[in-house]
Design a protein around this ligand. Structure first.
Ligand code: ZN
Length: 1010
């Protein structure tokens, strides 16, 4: 096979190049030092900025990426268009933080006047540190920018409202478990409106007082306390929608409903009127307790004009847009007050993936879009591109189907025109060098903290078990190095009988020892690698080593990069402590997060940029309880398309939950698919433009991101703005193409295309909203906001992100006061936003710095279903599981949980099973093997019994696990065990120390929705 020479003009770049921007000439995979000029665009992305006309990514090992911000900051204006932007000065001055709606229009040639809500901040931006994301520093709003006319002061600078005091105080008084004196006097202060909204539930007199669940932290009595009657010996069927505790919400709602009937009768626009307008039923959130569909959230349908294309559209598992009908103009988008963006999971593991081998990949010759089901077939010879609308001719052999070896009568029957997700095996012109071997470098901390945690034993065990499943062909190569206060290279020489360590004492000047076997090929060194792994835990556990408290992480990373430099590859770092010695050494910082969320040094980011130029990604495993400064060290993964994992309080001997999670995560990590030397290009119909990228990546140009490694567990987000009216079109398309080298050395291109209809109606936009996708995007934007300004700013922005679309909805219809109406497509938005406000990432209590920054990383990189589970876990009652194994989802409120039941909470990386103290003994016997629920001990897997109940529950857990990329760690505990706090802390609708109840939150929203 021939590979083109690195010095030639690469077809690869031409192949994946947008013809309309010929200045982009950088070639990622050239091993040569072909320095090419890089075109600066003011479009920015998270955490990066690109100076104008900077020579970017010189590939020679001796040269560094010159775009490291530390060197640029002094020379190049950060973002030249910024100071000249017209500004809107009508906003009241705020002491700190940006008005939520203040934003910079993102494109080169914005067609609308720019609203830069922060005249006083702009001059400060260039002095910000490199790590400050540019897009954040101009305060991208959580929703789309308003036009100047819309930027009302009241909208931009709203203060966070003071929550009404215990608005559901009526509940408190009557709740069975409520201490009556809890909020003395609150009732009398309550506005009459609130009283109407939360009427006094009638307590059935015959029901005895249930026990109080101890694990609930400072909860709102009546909302959180167990209220169901004690039915210790019976299996009570769980009803899906709020009928579980008729004495609570059902009666409360009935009372309220009655009280509202008179009001409804006087309304000029009736409920049926709303239905006519919207084709959907408006939901009054204040009277609808159960907003979560028991069967899970369904997405609004996509209705393309050509009906047959609906079946061909891209799976929502791969690409989702916040709006399933795209507004034709920016002003319609602004009226809907919803963010426009897509979340993409481009390398997701797929059961079915059509793969096409062809010498001639059919693409638009003007904009390089890959042919897809949504192009226009003009005739047998020509097609019109659905991105740039120019006509193209088919290649000569297009009608020949290589699969059936027959000529097709219709070009639309080619697999490329039948599949929105497709993979091509790329011809040689998509390569610039021979695909290098899969290269894996493991960097292992062996300081005292590491030895104490016991992780090395687990690492060795899992790697030994999974070694054969690590992707790669016979050429795959492995390197190991250990570090504490010094570095040891592990030599695995083919002829040797046992592994050898070469110590490197000079950690300031890293050089690679001249020795064979630093990179050991799997084909001829497997035995030696296995021998090394067998002795590794003991090797490091020798006297002296144990006293080793320093960490020279920076030097170890430099050494690892040098090993992987010629080929690119993956560096996996396992670390337990703060780097304290050598390059990149850090100091302890206070463990609280206020004001200290930015990196302390640009060392790790610079290293990531250097590594990206050599196609090296770094993944980080933060293990243990010590402060490790993820905000700083994490940059080496964040900017090199790496992954970040954290195992808090990991101790192999003492923390079985984290031990199991570490094991399962490591197993998945080692064996999952990997793509090397990847780039992802996003194309979209003209009229739209990308303005921010989210995820761990390096952004190379306005529509191109570089991924030194791409893995099936990484999610990305993109925000768009509408730069030109699209009124004359029927639909818009987004196409993501990932060009990568497989672990077996094939160059491949995976293409996803999503087509969405356009609409001129604001109401259509709102009724087509994908609320989960919106929440996923908002979380990412809020991370940027938190870094650029403050957590409180992000929290305020969240509140407005809930208020704005509800206000937009309200503006389109007649609503009586006392209602908080939401369309079905946004009915979960408030509860999701409330949940976000209670996450470690955004809560206003100060968690540890590392915990918060790690949660930010999760918000940025988790694929959407996992992100939603992380924010708002799935809760099920499992003591009534039948063979159908499809229990209804319950809302995250302790009113849904009582001591007579057994509940499963799926929080993404953890599955908790709470056993009520009076749950049915026969069920406990069948599932846990004990007669009394109080005898259930904390356990980490379910025992296997030959009973239907045990079978059903284990099958259900398997079902949940199969939907995850990483198997969750399972923990079973009684409702009196200390572990119960993990469960109750996630009941986000309850009032807790970290936030108001869902009812109180709705009250806040109601006062703000105008
Ligand atoms: Zn085109």
């Amino acid at each position: 096979m021939q590979f083109s020479n690195g010095n030639e003009q690469k077809k690869d770049q031409a192949a994946d190049q947008n013809a309309s921007s010929p200045q982009k000439k950088f070639n990622p995979v050239s091993p040569q030092g072909n320095v090419q000029s890089f075109s600066y665009s003011p479009l920015t992305q998270v955490g990066m900025f690109r100076p104008p006309n900077v020579q970017l990514l010189q590939n020679s090992p001796a040269q560094r990426l010159p775009s490291t911000p530390s060197s640029i900051n002094q020379q190049v204006p950060l973002r030249s268009p910024l100071p000249s932007l017209p500004t809107y000065n009508g906003l009241p001055t705020r002491q700190q933080g940006l008005p939520i709606q203040g934003m910079l229009q993102p494109t080169l040639t914005p067609p609308v006047p720019i609203y830069n809500g922060l005249p006083s901040r702009s001059p400060g931006i260039p002095t910000q540190r490199l790590t400050q994301p540019l897009s954040s520093s101009v305060a991208t709003p959580l929703v789309n920018p308003p036009s100047i006319k819309q930027a009302q002061p009241s909208f931009a600078g709203r203060p966070f409202p003071i929550p009404p005091r215990f608005p559901n105080n009526n509940l408190v008084q009557n709740a069975p478990s409520a201490p009556p004196s809890r909020q003395p006097g609150a009732l009398s202060n309550q506005p009459s409106l609130s009283q109407r909204q939360f009427p006094v539930p009638q307590q059935p007199p015959s029901i005895s007082k249930p026990p109080v669940m101890n694990g609930v932290i400072d909860m709102q009595p009546g909302v959180n306390g167990f209220q169901g009657p004690m039915q210790a010996n019976m299996m009570r069927p769980i009803q899906p929608s709020g009928q579980q505790h008729p004495q609570n919400y059902a009666s409360m709602q009935q009372t309220y409903q009655n009280s509202l009937n008179a009001q409804f009768n006087q309304m000029s626009v009736t409920q049926s009127g709303f239905n006519r307008i919207w084709g959907t039923e408006a939901i009054d959130l204040l009277t609808t307790r159960d907003v979560l569909p028991p069967e899970g959230v369904t997405l609004p349908a996509i209705n393309l004009q050509k009906e047959h294309l609906n079946q061909l559209n891209c799976s929502s598992d791969i690409m989702r847009c916040t709006l399933r009908k795209i507004p034709e103009t920016q002003s319609i988008l602004e009226k809907a007050r919803l963010p426009l963006g897509i979340l993409i999971h481009p390398f997701k593991d797929l059961q079915q993936l059509p793969v096409v081998t062809t010498t001639n990949i059919t693409r638009c010759k003007y904009c390089r879009t890959y042919i897809n089901p949504f192009v226009y077939f003009i005739d047998q010879r020509r097609w019109k591109c659905n991105i740039c609308f120019k006509a193209n001719e088919f290649p000569e052999d297009f009608l020949y189907d290589p699969g059936t070896k027959q000529y097709l009568s219709d070009p639309s029957r080619r697999p490329e025109a039948q599949n929105s997700t497709i993979e091509y095996i790329a011809p040689c012109d998509y390569m610039t060098r021979a695909p290098p071997p899969a290269t894996y470098v493991f960097v292992l901390e062996t300081s005292r903290a590491s030895i104490c945690s016991g992780y090395l034993k687990v690492f060795s065990k899992i790697l030994l078990e999974e070694f054969d499943r690590i992707p790669g062909d016979a050429r795959a190569q492995f390197a190991f190095l250990t570090f504490s206060s010094s570095i040891d290279f592990v030599v695995l020489d083919e002829g040797a009988t046992k592994p050898k360590l070469i110590p490197l004492s000079d950690i300031d000047e890293i050089f690679i020892p001249k020795a064979e076997g630093l990179l050991a090929k799997r084909s001829n060194c497997e035995d030696l690698i296995r021998k090394f792994l067998e002795v590794l835990p003991d090797l490091m556990n020798v006297e002296g080593m144990y006293e080793n408290t320093g960490s020279c992480l920076g030097s170890a990373l430099q050494a690892a990069s040098k090993l992987a430099w010629p080929t690119g590859g993956r560096i996996s770092v396992f670390l337990n402590s703060l780097p304290t010695i050598g390059p990149g050494a850090l100091k302890e910082r206070p463990r609280t997060s206020s004001g200290l969320l930015l990196p302390a040094t640009d060392f790790y980011k610079n290293m990531a940029l250097d590594n990206t130029g050599q196609q090296i990604a770094t993944d980080l495993f933060f293990i243990g309880h010590e402060f490790q400064d993820i905000a700083t060290v994490g940059c080496v993964a964040k900017f090199s398309s790496g992954s970040i994992y954290k195992f808090p309080n990991f101790c192999a001997d003492k923390n079985e939950l984290e031990l199991r999670r570490f094991e399962s995560t490591l197993r998945r990590y080692l064996t999952r698919k990997i793509g090397f030397e990847a780039v992802m290009r996003i194309r979209c119909t003209s009229g739209l433009s990308i303005h921010t990228f989210h995820g761990n990546m390096f952004v190379r140009s306005t529509d191109l991101i570089q991924l030194a490694n791409v893995n099936p567990d990484a999610g990305f987000g993109l925000q768009f703005s509408i730069t030109d009216s699209m009124a004359e079109r029927n639909n818009v398309c987004f196409q993501a193409a990932v060009l990568y080298t497989s672990s077996k050395g094939e160059r491949r291109i995976r293409v996803h295309t999503l087509s969405l209809p356009l609409t001129p109606q604001v109401s259509d936009v709102i009724s087509s909203a994908d609320q989960q996708c919106i929440v996923g995007l908002l979380a990412k934007i809020a991370v940027d906001r938190s870094m650029a300004t403050s957590i409180s700013d992000a929290r305020e922005a969240f509140l407005n992100a809930a208020v704005d679309p509800l206000s937009a909805y309200k503006a389109l219809q007649n609503v009586r006061s006392g209602q908080l109406l939401a369309p079905p497509t946004l009915s979960l938005l408030p509860v999701y936003i409330l949940a976000l406000l209670k996450t470690v990432a955004f809560c206003d209590q100060a968690p540890g710095l590392d915990e918060r920054v790690f949660d930010w990383s999760e918000m940025k990189t988790l694929p959407l279903p996992e992100l939603i589970q992380h924010i708002y876990p799935d809760l099920y009652a499992v003591h009534t599981l039948d063979e159908e194994i499809d229990p209804p989802r319950l809302q995250l409120s302790s009113e849904k949980v009582d001591t007579t039941g057994i509940y499963l909470m799926d929080a993404g990386s953890y599955i908790f099973i709470l056993v009520g103290r009076t749950s049915p003994p026969q069920y406990c016997r069948a599932v846990f093997g004990v007669d009394d629920p109080r005898q259930v001990e904390t356990m980490y897997e379910l025992p296997t019994f030959d009973t239907t109940e045990s079978d059903n529950l284990r099958k259900f857990i398997d079902l949940l696990q199969n939907e995850k990329s990483y198997p969750a760690a399972v923990q079973v505990f009684r409702d009196e065990a200390p572990e119960k706090t993990s469960f109750f802390n996630r009941l986000v609708e309850d009032k807790t120390k970290i936030g108001v109840s869902y009812f109180e939150f709705l009250q806040q929203l109601k006062t703000k929705v105008k």
